[in-house]
Design a protein around this ligand. Structure first.
Ligand SMILES: Nc1nc2c(c(=O)[nH]1)N[C@H]1C(S)=C(S)[C@@H](COP(=O)(O)OP(=O)(O)OC[C@H]3O[C@@H](n4cnc5c(=O)[nH]c(N)nc54)[C@H](O)[C@@H]3O)O[C@H]1N2
Ligand SMILES: Nc1nc2c(c(=O)[nH]1)N[C@H]1C(S)=C(S)[C@@H](COP(=O)(O)OP(=O)(O)OC[C@H]3O[C@@H](n4cnc5c(=O)[nH]c(N)nc54)[C@H](O)[C@@H]3O)O[C@H]1N2
Ligand SMILES: [Mo]
Length: 764
């Protein structure tokens, strides 16, 4: 480990990965033993049992992992958890602590050479720290000094738009509502969030076509569905509790299809880790059909499927499409079909990498199904044509009349546990006019605030030195965003960077001229305020709002809640604020009252959030009503991928291993994919490996070239993997240095993390 040179993107670790056969079954005993291994390594026995038994129980702790919903009734008394939920808890409830002596001992230059894994494993942050100008180390400061310091700095800016306020998706509704209120009262809409990099394409595509940026189905719909299509999503790793729903759906007769370049374990077969029968017996086969689409080949595939369906519909007197639904509820069918007819089936098959007989197997399943659910995640959203991907999925569902019916609809599966709620609370660089009007009436927010920077806009603005203060409510902006080197330099252009965090990460190390760390309570911890113990609320992927109450003793006596941090900061920053910041801090039920008075759907918020499973927010698409500009669901014309590649180029997707939560690295194993003990790997098709005169285990350098600028990532190990030719996969965030921040999805501006054109050459 070099200590002399400061690095932005961290060390290039030597790869010593061990490659074994990928797994075909997800969960089962190995998931149990693995989760316990993580829990035991990080936590003491009492916190471990307390946290796990309360996890996802009525009025218990909402898992800080993913946003998959819990059953409305019938929850396991062992806790509704999965292997990766346990890891998320263990990460937060770790017994390791970072104290002031840690920062005395390790300079910022030294820490910049630690890996994300090493930084994260150092433990929970315990007191506010400041990195002063030109200092080598962080030093402690009191909370009051910290708020004073940040408040002064914000007040001194000549334009509030010189500040940026980022949000990651773990922030509770209560904290998110106050945070956006504070930022807007301060006078800016510069609120980039992790959603910009995540499901933004879903939000845009769904709003445009169905009139609501959220999914339409509920958990119950899975159990009565005929057909569930899972596209561009790896639930076995990223939403393991979804596998229980797929298992139940399967047992009730649903067919399940996966469309994914990789044969992901959870979509093949599953053993429920909390059911003894499953653990001892045979696994449930989950997938009926797997279509190994090329990276970014989805629009081509969907068009091929719809062309074949159209032929069938023509031959079968219109009995395949739901013409009645189409007539009554949609618009644009004629131009959609006209455009579809211009495509050549052979070309579409070539572009998707799927054979005609495979396409016809899917067509056959769709033909015989009325109730169809399409689920998706990052495999569809993080492309130049990410919005088109989503809209093409909607086209298919509309043809079948399968939106807004029991058992059928859209299911974008959200990432962070409260990313959907943060948006509902108004964390967004834009705002619906009605919302700003309400904020104006209730709190005096300027109703004419203009749109602010989103995530890529923020990077550009910081790179151009237009920004003086960068403030992050959670997350790890540097490692999560594309173009690590450029983003790092952009952050360094700021005068002050502030991170509200639970754990140490790269964003604390690559900073503005000065930097402040504000350590906060995690979701699992007891939040005691003046009026007593507080609970918070979150919204899951299916629009259910419910409570979450911490059960563990806080990691340090000096931690503050995110709500308290926002209130204190607002008091120090805003001149003559009439908002009751102190009351809100003392009693979160008052914040919920304020939300109720501002955002539709939150009637009786305090009462209903205490009900066992919480309450559903209104959802027009679920009710079969489409609140688009015309009141109809819209067919849209979408582009087949237009990415051009030279012969020696490959299309790279950057994905998650089984041992990470975004930029938090839990361990070095991607157990299901059989890649152990190393993350700097590139999964390649055997043909692509041979063509380059390479073999598994070779070290290669990756480059990407956009607009004449070449980016480099050195020393990745080649892994021969069942992935379509010309597609390759690497892990995020190691490969983020290759992703140009100024290349993103049309309309949603989501970075192209799943389709980066790269070259792979042997390292010298
Ligand atoms: N344990 C754990 N849970 C998590 C997270 C985590 O990091 N760890 N992250 C959370 C967050 S924020 C999110 S957004 C979600 C992410 O959940 P996912 O979207 O499942 O995460 P990724 O690993 O990005 O996986 C993308 C999947 O899409 C496939 N794919 C890639 N490109 C394409 C394509 O062009 N077409 C198709 N059809 N498929 C493609 C990949 O092979 C992979 O299976 O998970 C959430 N839950
Ligand atoms: N190449 C590539 N890049 C990607 C993606 C990809 O698939 N490929 N995925 C994108 C996606 S989908 C997302 S959502 C983003 C994720 O982007 P972020 O949300 O910014 O990143 P995380 O890694 O989830 O943030 C982890 C940090 O959050 C802090 N934290 C954890 N819990 C809490 C809490 O309760 N409160 C506070 N205040 N802080 C907390 C800890 O300090 C931890 O280090 O990354 C994106 N980046
Ligand atoms: Mo995400």
């Amino acid at each position: 480990m070099s200590e002399n040179k400061f690095t932005i993107s961290g060390p290039v670790e030597q790869v010593t990965a061990e490659i074994i056969a990928p797994k075909k079954v997800a969960a089962g005993f190995p998931a149990l033993t693995n989760s316990l291994k993580h829990a035991r390594r990080e936590m003491n026995f009492t916190s471990c049992t307390k946290a796990l038994f309360s996890l996802n129980q009525f009025n218990g702790v909402d898992c800080p992992g993913c946003a998959w919903p819990d059953p409305d009734e019938d929850r396991s008394s062992l806790g509704e958890y999965c292997e990766n939920g346990v890891k998320a808890i263990a990460e937060e409830a770790t017994t390791e602590r970072i104290t002031r002596s840690f920062f005395e001992k390790h300079t910022i230059t030294e820490l910049s050479n630690w890996s994300d894994y090493e930084l994260g494993k150092s433990g929970r942050l315990t007191e506010p720290m400041i990195l002063r100008k030109d200092a080598a180390n962080y030093e402690p400061l009191s909370w009051q000094e910290a708020f004073e310091y940040i408040g002064q700095k914000l007040k001194s800016l000549s334009d509030p738009n010189e500040a940026i306020f980022y949000t990651s998706g773990r922030t509770s509704n209560e904290a998110a509502f106050l945070y956006q209120l504070f930022v807007r009262l301060y006078g800016t809409s510069n609120m980039p969030d992790c959603s910009n990099m995540c499901h933004e394409s879903s939000g845009v595509g769904l709003s445009n076509t169905l009139g609501i940026g959220k999914g339409s189905v509920m958990l119950e719909d899975f159990y009565i569905s005929d057909l569930i299509i899972v596209m561009g999503q790896n639930p076995g790793t990223n939403h393991p509790r979804m596998l229980s729903a797929l298992q139940k759906a399967k047992k009730a007769g649903a067919k399940i299809v996966s469309i994914n370049p990789l044969p992901e374990a959870g979509l093949t077969a599953f053993k429920h880790p909390q059911k003894v029968g499953d653990l001892l017996g045979k696994a449930t086969k989950i997938g009926d059909l797997h279509l190994p689409v090329k990276v970014n080949g989805d629009v081509a595939l969907l068009k091929a499927v719809m062309l074949r369906l159209k032929e069938e519909d023509d031959q079968n007197l219109g009995s395949i499409f739901d013409h009645k639904f189409i007539d009554q509820n949609t618009e644009g069918i004629e131009s959609f079909l006209e455009d579809l007819s211009t495509y050549d089936l052979k070309n579409l098959l070539k572009q998707s990498g799927i054979t005609l007989s495979e396409v016809d197997r899917l067509v056959d399943l769709i033909k015989h199904s009325k109730k169809i659910i399409c689920c998706w995640a990052m495999g569809l959203t993080q492309h130049k044509n990410g919005v088109d991907n989503i809209q093409e999925v909607v086209n298919l569902l509309l043809l079948k009349g399968s939106v807004g019916i029991p058992g059928g609809g859209t299911c974008p599966v959200r990432g962070h546990s409260n990313v959907q709620g943060d948006r509902t609370m108004g964390v967004w660089e834009k705002a619906k006019p009605g919302f700003l009007k309400k904020l104006n009436e209730n709190f005096g927010v300027d109703p004419n605030l203009r749109d602010g920077y989103d995530t890529v806009g923020s990077i550009a603005a910081m790179a151009e030195s237009k920004v003086k203060v960068f403030f992050a409510m959670g997350g790890n902006f540097l490692s999560a965003t594309p173009d690590t080197e450029i983003t790092g330099k952009a952050l360094q252009n700021c005068d002050l960077t502030v991170q509200v965090s639970t754990k140490l990460n790269r964003s604390h190390v690559v900073t503005g001229t000065e930097a402040i760390i504000l350590p906060c309570l995690g979701r699992t911890e007891i939040d005691e305020q003046k009026s007593g113990e507080q609970y918070v609320t979150v919204e899951n992927s299916m629009g259910i709002v419910h409570s979450s109450s911490g059960v563990l003793k806080p990691a340090s006596n000096h931690l503050k809640s995110e709500v308290a941090i926002v209130c204190e900061l607002a008091k120090k920053t805003l001149k003559n604020s009439s908002v009751r910041w102190d009351d809100y801090k003392n009693d979160y039920s008052l914040i919920r009252d304020a939300v109720e008075n501002t955002i539709p759907g939150f009637e009786d918020y305090n009462k209903r959030s205490k009900q066992d499973a919480g309450f559903y927010l209104p959802n027009c698409a679920r009710d079969g009503k489409f609140e688009t500009s015309t009141g109809k669901a819209k067919f849209t014309i979408n582009k087949v991928s237009a990415i051009k590649m030279a012969k020696d180029e490959l299309l790279m997707m950057t994905i998650r291993s089984h041992d990470q939560f975004n930029t938090t690295i839990y361990g070095m194993n991607d157990r299901y994919r059989g890649i152990l003990n190393g993350r700097r790997v590139v999964m390649m098709n055997e043909q692509d490996i041979k063509q380059r005169g390479l073999k598994q285990g070779d070290l290669v350098d990756l480059t990407s070239t956009y607009d004449g600028k070449t980016r480099h990532a050195k020393a990745f190990m080649v892994v021969s993997y069942p992935i379509p030719e010309s597609s390759v996969a690497t892990y995020f965030p190691e490969a983020n240095v290759l992703i140009p921040f100024d290349k993103f999805a049309d309309k949603s501006k989501t970075p192209i993390s799943k389709s980066v054109v790269v070259k792979v050459v042997k390292s010298r």
